[in-house]
Design a binder for this molecule. Structure first.
Ligand SMILES: [Zn+2]
Length: 347
């Protein structure tokens, strides 16, 4: 303090003590609220991040979240406007998620902080595309091909390290303990090359699937996803997301039994088992179309739900033609479903 005060005095500057803050880190049981007129604080905002006396940003995340919660209302409003899922996800990324994740890459070593970042991030993604909490996080990330945020932050931190070396010609080692701890926690490649980083991020998506039942992921899924899925603004993509998240598409909650045959309602029932003529015709029509396109010999006896899952999650070179077909099917199926107000509307 003395050094700073002397320096200020020698340079004809006056320190505004009220604008300073002392953060007492660990233990000191202080009974005073200031030291030499400098206030003692419980939190301090440094480079845009509020840290507390444990040097963690939990309070910061809480505040950002509170500020952003206004957006949840606005997200609701956006949904009713003419935005495709792709645009909506971009909006959430740009206005909401970028603020939550700002500066968080230096907390990669702390899984508690990363969990809380991830939770907040998915909350905004879910809200903007109207996918509720009963869809598992893993499944949502899988359908949208979203790596966990911590892997993206890991990539961000490694980029900082790389840039520093390019610019200053020396290695930046200050983050090594953080990277090392992250690596131990997640089995990511410590100081990986960009290529290894990509594989790490990729495997974080694939690993998420291990816990999902009955979904196989093709080895091209991620490449093709980035290249073809939700590439253009298309409101039908909202139906695809809902369908593969197995969420809300058939109003299982509103109509627990099939409005056509009275059996238990589910995606599986509608796609594989329902004997309503509409569905039988629809299945046949699309099995024919798929066979025509891909030269496969899917038969009417095969479970149509499995065929669709396979087309989506195990794409091959025909994917750019298969996706429009899936969209077409979604719309046909959508028309047959019982109506409910809360759902995604196609105009
Ligand atoms: Zn039925």
């Amino acid at each position: 303090m003395k050094i700073i005060e002397n320096w200020a005095e020698n340079n004809d500057m006056i320190i505004n003590k009220k604008k300073c803050g002392i953060l007492v880190v660990k233990g000191l049981n202080n009974k005073t609220d200031n030291i030499n007129g400098y206030p003692i604080k419980n939190t301090y905002k440094y480079l845009g991040i509020t840290i507390n006396n444990n040097l963690d940003p939990m309070a910061h995340l809480y505040l950002v979240n509170r500020k952003l919660s206004n957006y949840l209302q606005r997200n609701n409003w956006l949904l009713k406007k003419y935005f495709s899922p792709k645009s909506l996800l971009l909006i959430a990324n740009y206005y909401q998620i970028s603020r939550i994740t700002y500066g968080m890459c230096i907390f990669l070593d702390d899984s508690r902080i990363m969990d809380s970042v991830e939770k907040a991030r998915l909350k905004y993604f879910r809200s903007i595309i109207n996918i509720k909490d009963n869809v598992k996080n893993n499944l949502l990330r899988l359908v949208l091909c979203l790596p966990k945020m911590e892997y993206l932050l890991y990539n961000r931190l490694l980029n900082v390290v790389d840039k520093y070396r390019e610019h200053f010609g020396e290695k930046l080692t200050i983050f090594n303990p953080i990277l090392k701890a992250f690596n131990e926690r997640t089995n990511a490649e410590y100081f990986a090359s960009p290529k290894l980083r990509y594989i790490t991020i990729k495997s974080s998506i694939i690993n998420a699937t291990a816990k999902q039942e009955n979904i196989n992921i093709g080895h091209n899924y991620i490449n093709y996803h980035y290249k073809y899925y939700f590439r253009y603004k298309d409101r039908r993509d909202g139906l695809i997301i809902r369908f593969f998240c197995n969420y809300g598409f058939f109003n299982e909650r509103v109509y627990p039994s099939c409005i056509y045959c009275g059996k238990n309602n589910s995606r599986k029932h509608i796609l594989n088992d329902c004997n309503e003529k509409y569905f039988i015709d629809l299945r046949d029509k699309y099995i024919n179309k798929i066979n025509e396109l891909k030269g496969n010999n899917y038969t009417k006896n095969q479970k149509f739900e499995n065929i669709l899952l396979k087309l989506y999650f195990e794409p091959d070179k025909d994917i750019s033609k298969v996706l429009p077909l899936i969209k077409e099917f979604m719309v046909d199926l959508y028309i047959l479903r019982p109506k409910a107000e809360e759902d995604y509307i196609i105009d």
